[in-house]
Design a protein around this ligand. Structure first.
Ligand code: EPU
Length: 336
């Protein structure tokens, strides 16, 4: 019999540390428990959570919160150079990255220190410092709440994009494990993201190992991003907007120092951090909450903020950015 808790605080289950109550709460420790739960609670309003690092609760949850706690890692050698690694969705992402580095498996080192659990990684195709999950992804095993069946989603089925996948649109698909292809020899080092090369140069490292890359990424992140164990936050609150060439020309004419990255002939990515900083929000402190001082894409809870405080702040940022740049910022965090 599974243990359902009533009127349960979710404070420890969301990295914003928002103190809201779930009417019911349950932890799932096996795929069988997940299947049984769905059979017995088909019509209940349910919310599945992992590490809670990309969620903002603006209210108590009047339904059942299901915490996915599936554990396990298995490695299968494909050949001399590569291994396949299958990881259950309740494993902590950063612990997995460290485990891979210790076991000489390469591919995840640029994704060091990303908060949250493995099951969340495909949902928004996590990415940082020049690498996205899709670069190492083979497949994931998914439980479909509608059909009550387990299915394999291969790379192409997942429709990965920038902070996007099929799982963002179809909330009935619950990721239970993911399988990735990692190198076990001749690791392909990715130091293309500007900051990494600069830091390697500073450290006088000419032939970086996967451990060096991880260390450098951790250093850069620690300098810029608030540690969610100390200050409540959910990483980037907004996505970096992508605009077409007509729009980028208009922006360049009006804001001559605007940074941007060309993606293709007709799409350009603009750092939302710059838009927010230029709108005057960088480091703004509203007492219990605010905009982080070194990375304005991150909204922070200093302790006692409510989810709606932070949501209102995000709406005013959107409004000012829209007025100034005629750009509609899209939220990356799930607002519940
Ligand atoms: N910038 C500013 N002011 C600032 C900070 C940054 O203008 O105070 C501008 C600069 O032009 C800078 C640019 O923003 O060159 C990019 O900044 P940064 O390298 O910090 O990356 P980002 O685009 O703001 C994205 C991801 C992060 C990821 C980093 C590194 C999104 C929404 N965010 O941020 O992901 O760690 O790149 O790859 O794509 C997350 O998703 O939670 C997250 C932290």
């Amino acid at each position: 019999m599974m243990d359902v808790k009533e009127n349960y605080s979710l404070k420890k289950y969301n990295s914003f540390n928002i103190d809201v109550i779930a009417k019911e709460f349950i932890q799932i420790n096996s795929i069988k428990e997940l299947i049984d739960l769905q059979k017995n609670s088909k019509n209940k309003n349910k919310l599945f959570i992992g590490g809670g690092s990309n969620i903002l609760f603006t209210n108590n949850f009047e339904g059942l919160v299901v915490h996915i706690n599936l554990k396990g890692i298995s490695v299968k050698k494909i050949n001399e150079n590569f291994s396949e690694i299958k990881v259950m969705s309740g494993e902590n992402w950063n612990e997995l990255v460290n485990w891979c580095i210790e076991n000489n498996l390469g591919g995840l080192e640029n994704l060091s220190l990303i908060p949250g659990n493995v099951g969340a990684a495909p949902i928004q195709n996590i990415g940082a410092y020049g690498v996205e999950l899709k670069d190492v992804f083979i497949s994931c095993e998914v439980y479909d709440l509608n059909t009550e069946k387990l299915t394999i989603y291969n790379l192409n089925d997942c429709k990965f994009g920038y902070r996007d996948s099929i799982f963002k649109k179809n909330k009935n698909l619950i990721v239970v494990s993911i399988t990735m292809k990692l190198s076990s020899k001749n690791h392909k080092i990715n130091s293309s993201y500007g900051g990494i090369n600069d830091e390697l140069k500073n450290l006088n490292i000419k032939e970086p190992t996967i451990k060096d890359i991880s260390n450098v990424v951790c250093d850069i992140r620690n300098k810029k991003l608030p540690n969610p164990n100390k200050i409540g936050n959910a990483g980037s609150f907004f996505k970096n907007p992508i605009v077409n060439s007509k729009k980028i020309n208009w922006l360049k004419e009006n804001f001559n120092n605007i940074p941007f990255y060309k993606i293709d002939e007709n799409s350009y990515k603009i750092p939302a951090a710059w838009l927010i900083e230029t709108s005057g929000f960088k480091g703004k402190d509203f007492g219990n909450f605010g905009v982080h001082k070194t990375q304005p894409l991150v909204l922070v809870n200093y302790g006692k903020a409510s989810g709606s405080d932070i949501n209102k702040l995000s709406l005013s940022i959107k409004e000012v950015v829209n007025k100034l740049f005629k750009i509609e910022l899209e939220t990356e965090v799930n607002i519940i």
